[in-house]
Design a protein around this ligand. Structure first.
Ligand SMILES: [Ca+2]
Length: 738
């Protein structure tokens, strides 16, 4: 031991490099760690004590400095505790030595930049002491391992034990660590670490109001389509599922995955019925024999919620990784993953979901039952996930007591979520009614399963557009939505398709994507983006107080619809018009000078939308728009006009619909596209002061004039694929008006 130790010392103490006191102390403790690790792994405690004390005495004598002795004594006392613990330090000593050499070769804690530390904004949902360490993209597995070890070594020096609970190597690379928050400042400075997120709780979003009631009878009038191929596989990340329920018999595959926290409270009830309660109901809504939307679909149960319907972000991440790994071993397509839970906003969970969608799965999540902005919750806030709010029997947003469905721009659509009758975990023939966004999401998962049965190659973005295209439009009373979310919440309720064979490609499918509201400083901006697989056909903006500086399409890392706040404005929204057509490529062309019109450059381009950007920050008068077949966006005094032009490789045709009410001042001016035409661009123009902006809702372009102003026009640009027998549209057709 002595010999080995002095050999190592020869390597570590390079006489040509003067060491300061603290560096020497660090290296001394490195020796001790080495000894301790050897002692622990060999379980030879006597050897450990002897070796440790020998080194201490040697070093004290060598140094002849009391403080070194004190330092070593305290280190040694700590290591005694370390050696007594059950922790198995399996790292070989060379690895530890090399780690310590690396660490000691630079100032350990004072270096460079820190990674970001994130935690749940809802205090009660935090899990302090448990952290998800996410390393940068491209970091190799062995570097992740070394990062974890380095953290362990650094923490040990400060007298902290940490415990690596699991590693992640699917959607992202990193590890879950249990440690004192005192170690965090070291962890954020480790190399390769991109950010650290504190773990937090997630919750089932079904029946949180304790209004369950057992129903005796069941009526099953709904007849699902029987044509087509086989259903996609549906993974349900929930509580356990009662696999022998009559609704689900022989169709549930209970996987061996299980990652849930301990139940809260002293007296924990773990009857199977309780533990199965949420998952069995959800699975019944998706694929129950009588109560399901897609009866016959097979479901795989991935347990991430405990008997109380509670889980953790780290557990959900592990669940997603499990599904990903299963699909790599046994590729199945298409696949639906149902996430009937919500937690606080989690960057990591959103990123893992996004990656899963990009690898080909369709992810459907509950919006959350907190009567709040769904963008504050995960996975509801991830744009690539299909986020479902709950509606009641009257197609209104679900409210129960002081709670209700989450709303806002992160919700993709609503679905029935009130008093939904489905399988109960109480017995294999029991039914029960539950309410919540979990039930709504399960409905949409069922509809998506039917849709994918007919169109097995449809991607997630196509499923989203088809769900919205077939949904019941504008059925919710807008007054039932909170004022700040009234404009941005999609007013549509999913319905089971009467004819699920309707597919993308026959109609041009577009949707409006709202940004969050910009800040209130002059020239603060808001940006809206389309998803992968969508093309941005146009960009508009809306200012609730009518003070804004226009909008334009900018290309940074990706295409953005950017709205600019004006001087003294109270914030603006950007509204991107995103269409599902990968045969089309769109570009924005600015006018040559301020106050001149913007045109598409060639006959191969179709004008799909117009933007105006008032660089001066004021809002100037607009001249009358000149649409029709001119392929030009109107000139505006003091503004740069931008034409969104899409190059067509298919036979897309577009035209403008303009409407200007001639008499009374109105609170809003609307113009719609006719049947079979799809709204791609929406802009407003006025002869007086500029209006509040314009936005598209469904197939209608809405322009709000400021304070009863007259002379405001709404201009819709409508596009379509011409019907097969008709090659082009009649130029003189009357525009649709509303
Ligand atoms: Ca979404």
């Amino acid at each position: 031991m002595q010999q080995k130790s002095s050999q190592s010392r020869g390597v570590l103490y390079d006489k040509t490099v003067p060491l300061n006191k603290s560096e020497k102390h660090l290296i001394n403790s490195a020796h001790l760690l080495l000894i301790a690790s050897r002692a622990c792994s060999s379980q030879n405690k006597a050897r450990f004590f002897l070796g440790g004390w020998c080194v201490w005495v040697c070093v004290c004598v060598w140094k002849m400095r009391l403080f070194v002795g004190l330092y070593q004594l305290s280190s040694l006392l700590y290591l005694v505790a370390l050696a007594g613990c059950e922790e198995d330090y399996t790292e070989d000593e060379e690895m530890i030595l090399s780690l310590i050499r690396q660490v000691d070769s630079r100032p350990v804690l004072e270096s460079g930049s820190s990674a970001q530390f994130l935690r749940c904004t809802k205090d009660a949902w935090r899990i302090p002491g448990q952290y998800i360490v996410v390393v940068r993209n491209g970091t190799r597995d062995n570097q992740v391992e070394r990062t974890a070890r380095r953290l362990r070594v650094n923490a040990a020096r400060r007298g902290y034990l940490i415990s690596i609970l699991r590693t992640y190597s699917g959607a992202f690379h990193g590890f879950l660590v249990q440690m004192s928050s005192d170690v965090l400042h070291m962890a954020v400075k480790l190399p390769h670490v991109e950010y650290i997120e504190e773990d937090s709780s997630i919750f089932a979003q079904g029946s949180p109001w304790n209004l369950e009631r057992i129903v005796q009878t069941k009526t099953g009038k709904y007849k699902p389509p029987s044509k087509g191929g086989s259903f996609p596989r549906v993974y349900i990340m929930d509580t356990t599922i009662q696999a022998n329920h009559r609704e689900l018999a022989q169709r549930v595959m209970v996987t061996d995955f299980n990652s849930v926290p301990e139940e809260d409270g002293v007296r924990v009830h773990r009857q199977a019925s309780q533990c199965d309660s949420h998952g069995t109901h959800t699975a019944g809504v998706v694929s129950g024999r009588d109560s399901g939307v897609a009866p016959g679909a097979s479901v795989n149960s991935v347990r991430v919620l405990n008997c109380q319907g509670k889980g953790t972000v780290s557990g959900a991440l592990a669940g997603l990784e499990y599904i990903r790994a299963s699909l790599q071993v046994q590729p199945i397509s298409p696949v639906i993953v149902l996430l009937p839970f919500a937690g606080g906003f989690s960057r990591t969970l959103n990123a893992a979901c996004r990656e899963m969608v990009r690898s080909g799965a369709v992810l459907i999540a509950a919006a959350g039952n907190y009567q709040d902005d769904a963008c504050l919750y995960s996975p509801a806030s991830e744009p690539e996930v299909i986020t479902v709010g709950a509606s009641n029997a009257a197609d209104q947003p679900l409210t129960v007591g002081t709670m209700g469905t989450n709303v806002g721009r992160c919700v993709d659509l609503f679905a029935p979520g009130d008093d939904i009758v489905s399988a109960s975990g109480d017995c294999p023939t029991c039914f029960t009614a539950k309410s919540g966004t979990s039930q709504a999401a399960a409905h949409v998962a069922g509809i998506a399963a039917v849709l994918l049965k007919e169109n097995p190659t449809a991607r997630s973005v196509e499923v989203l557009h088809l769900l919205r295209h077939h949904a019941a439009q504008q059925v919710m009373n807008p007054e039932a939505l909170p004022l700040e979310h009234r404009l941005t919440t999609p007013n549509m309720v999913a319905v089971v398709f009467k004819s699920p064979s309707a597919r993308a490609g026959e109609a041009l499918l577009c949707r409006s994507v709202w940004s969050k509201r910009s800040g209130v400083m002059s020239f603060d901006t808001a940006a809206a983006h389309c998803l992968h697989g969508e093309e941005m056909f146009s960009c508009s903006s809306y200012s609730p107080d009518g003070v804004w500086a226009g909008e334009r399409i900018e290309v940074r890392e990706r295409k953005e619809c950017v709205a600019h706040n004006g001087v003294g404005g109270q914030g603006v929204y950007a509204v991107a018009r995103c269409c599902m057509d990968d045969r089309v490529q769109c570009q924005s062309f600015a006018s040559a000078h301020m106050g001149t019109e913007a045109k598409c450059p060639s006959p191969q381009h179709q004008l799909t939308g117009c933007c105006s950007y008032f660089g001066s920050g004021g809002v100037a008068d607009a001249t009358r728009p000149l649409h029709g077949n001119s392929k030009a966006c109107p000139a505006r005094a003091g503004a740069t006009s931008h034409a969104s032009c899409c190059q067509i490789t298919s036979s897309l045709e577009c035209r403008g619909n303009e409407y200007q009410p001639c008499s009374l001042p109105l609170s809003q001016v609307e113009v719609s596209c006719e049947d079979s035409w799809t709204l791609t661009g929406c802009s407003g123009a006025s002869q007086g002061s500029a209006p509040h902006g314009a936005y598209a809702r469904g197939n209608t372009c809405i322009v709000r004039p400021s304070r009863g102003e007259r002379g405001v026009a709404a201009v819709a640009i409508c596009c379509r694929y011409p019907p097969p027998q008709q090659s082009s549209s009649e130029p003189g057709q009357e525009p649709g008006r509303q």
